[in-house]
Design a protein around this ligand. Structure first.
Ligand SMILES: [Zn+2]
Length: 162
């Protein structure tokens, strides 16, 4: 399933390059789903929680501001991949190492602003590899090299998760 039930399509698509406008690191490593604070965020498939906590860059549009972020390792048939869910208030039932099912609630959309402008959304990224994702993530990178980052919606369709 999709990680949220709504999307106002006002936010950033995968790999859009904002470099030089708001901050130096431009390549967006996921798709943003725009929706209201408090809306549920769901696990797209059955997986294992790898990380859950506060990370820099997930609190506001300032790389040093911390906010809630979850990483999950998934397997669908022979395909292994990781997904990250950012800018959320993490549900109290989410514990590192725990198995999670498709459709289980991971948390809710958190308050997120840029200079006072209301920008609540889910950052959703997919790392298409059984190798673990890079640990220095915050949703963007400088280099024009996708490595194993992929556009989430086509990926989920390709593997019949949506
Ligand atoms: Zn994002």
């Amino acid at each position: 399933m999709l990680p949220v039930l709504e999307d106002n399509n006002l936010y950033r698509k995968f790999w859009v390059n904002k470099r030089g406008i708001a901050y130096p690191e431009g390549y967006h490593l996921g798709k943003d789903f725009g929706l209201d604070i408090g809306k549920n965020v769901y696990s797209v498939w059955n997986g294992i929680i790898i990380e859950a906590g506060l990370h820099e860059g997930y609190g506001s549009l300032n790389p040093s501001t911390k906010g809630g972020c979850i990483w999950i390792k998934y397997q669908k048939d022979d395909k292994i991949f990781y997904a990250n869910y950012g800018h959320i208030n993490i549900d109290k039932n989410i514990i590192i190492g725990k198995e999670i099912k498709e459709g289980e609630i991971l948390g809710i959309i958190a308050h997120f602003t840029n200079h006072g402008v209301y920008l609540s959304h889910l950052h959703f990224g997919i790392w298409d590899s059984k190798e673990k994702y890079p640990s220095n993530h915050w949703g963007y990178q400088k280099e024009n090299d996708k490595k194993h980052w992929v556009d989430p919606i086509p990926f989920l369709k390709q593997y019949k998760i949506i």
